[in-house]
Design a protein around this ligand. Structure first.
Ligand code: ATP
Ligand code: MG
Length: 406
């Protein structure tokens, strides 16, 4: 039987099905999911680099287990990849059998923060060994949880007790306990909390228990607490997290793209890597918009030009606009002077130029220190006198646009 078009109904069906499959295939290729993950605390598609930092962390844990506890302050600029690394290390150590507690600080009182940490430690105890908890403490987990929720009058003592329970359990199995605290500088009393954590750790040392603390914060952590709490700097050994090197930055872009049907031209990868300057957040952001701009599954420089403007607008909205709004008028003038030159300049030159705009040299100098501590400009040490520059190319462009407006 033939229909009017001279095709059998089954042939027609087959043809439609084939066309549908082709369409679906094309759709799935052109719409391959964007692999990039711009954001905060979001695991990237590929964790590029960080081998040196991971080896240093692992070595400190190994020494801790051998009876020489080493604690760490992981320090780095905004969005450099601190949270990502904490999550990576947590996974590595958990796989090796250690108990890892990850806690995020936010603006709250020291006692509230410690109470939250105790809850997190007890939760680790409860998930890891509910049975033992029943047997060893004669407690039902529900009862234990109810006890935890009660506001504590002496959070330090409770913290010590909670840690000791977890550590002793782990020590039987020759495993360590690692407490990771992210964004510790968001606490209004950072120095106070760090001192209390240190006191707690020192008491546990006496019992020779394998326990390591790691706090993550922005690079200026110890500038703020140094004068008041000198011992902290020696207790929490700094481990700096910087930009990715060019090879790792290239991998961070090319490897996730390879898993998809889309291709980035080599010039595009080069531009992304140059613009990002090793900053992982920019790599994800630029990669994300570049991927979205693909035409026929390919991103050439023409598509990237459009993608760049979108990525830049998105960073402006997320970061730069708020940063600019929070700056004092003097900081705005000084940062604009620094951004005007592509070469790092001595503070004296910057102060002289700012003075022509009506800013006193001493005020300009203080502003330079403030801006550098906040990571908004970079201080490149050369002898005693520092030279300053805005090495962040996206922020530099923002400042250029901001200050050429009438
Ligand atoms: N090693 C890496 N390779 C590729 N991408 C990374 C890497 N590290 C971080 N990223 C990506 O960079 C972005 C910022 O990372 P993250 O939030 O960990 O930084 P942070 O230092 O904790 O920032 P914040 O200042 O917000 O606390 C995220 O999108 C993350 O996926
Ligand atoms: Mg973070």
């Amino acid at each position: 039987m033939h229909n009017l078009a001279g095709e059998s109904p089954s042939g027609c069906l087959r043809h439609n099905r084939q066309a549908l499959l082709q369409d679906l295939e094309q759709l799935s290729q052109t719409r391959s999911t964007n692999p990039f993950r711009p954001g905060s605390g979001i695991l990237p598609p590929l964790l590029a680099g960080r081998e040196r930092e991971t080896a240093a962390f692992e070595a400190r844990i190994a020494r801790t287990r051998e009876g020489q506890p080493q604690h760490t302050a992981l320090l780095g600029e905004w969005a450099i990849g601190k949270t990502t690394l904490l999550m990576h290390w947590r996974r590595l150590r958990q796989q090796a059998g250690d108990a890892v507690v990850l806690s995020m600080a936010y603006p709250q009182s020291a006692d509230e923060f410690l109470a939250g940490l105790i809850t997190a430690i007890d939760a680790e105890v409860a998930t890891d060994w509910p049975r033992q908890l029943d047997v060893e403490l004669g407690l039902d987990v529900g009862v234990a949880r109810a006890r935890i929720r009660r506001p504590s009058r002496d959070p330090e003592r409770e913290l010590r007790a909670a840690l000791r329970r977890l550590i002793e359990h782990q020590a039987h199995r020759h495993r360590a306990v690692i407490v990771l605290i992210d964004d510790v500088d968001l606490l209004p009393m950072t120095g106070d909390v760090l001192l209390r954590l240190r006191a707690c750790a020192l008491e546990l040392y006496a019992a020779d228990l394998p326990f390591a603390l790691l706090v993550a914060a922005s690079s200026g952590l110890f500038d703020a607490v140094r004068s008041a709490h000198e011992p902290l700097v020696r207790f929490f050994e700094p481990l700096s997290l910087g930009p990715l090197d060019a090879g790792d930055a290239i991998r961070a872009i090319t490897e996730p793209v390879e898993e998809t049907g889309v291709r980035f031209d080599p010039e595009v990868v080069g531009e992304i890597v140059d613009l990002a300057g090793g900053r992982p957040y920019y790599l994800q952001k630029l990669g994300y918009f570049a991927f979205d701009a693909a035409i026929d599954e390919r991103v050439t420089q023409a598509e990237f030009a459009v993608a760049f403007e979108r990525a830049f607008a998105s960073v402006n909205q997320e970061i730069f606009a708020g940063r600019w709004a929070r700056m004092s008028p003097i900081d705005r003038q000084v940062v604009a002077v620094v951004a005007r030159s592509t070469e790092p300049r001595p503070s004296g030159d910057i102060e002289a130029e700012a003075q022509r705009l009506g800013v006193r040299p001493s005020a300009a100098r203080q502003s330079l220190h403030r801006l550098a501590a906040a990571g908004q400009i970079n201080r490149l040490a050369s002898g005693r006198r520092g030279r300053y520059a805005v090495t962040d190319r996206l922020f530099q462009r923002y400042l250029e646009l901001q200050t050429c407006e009438p």
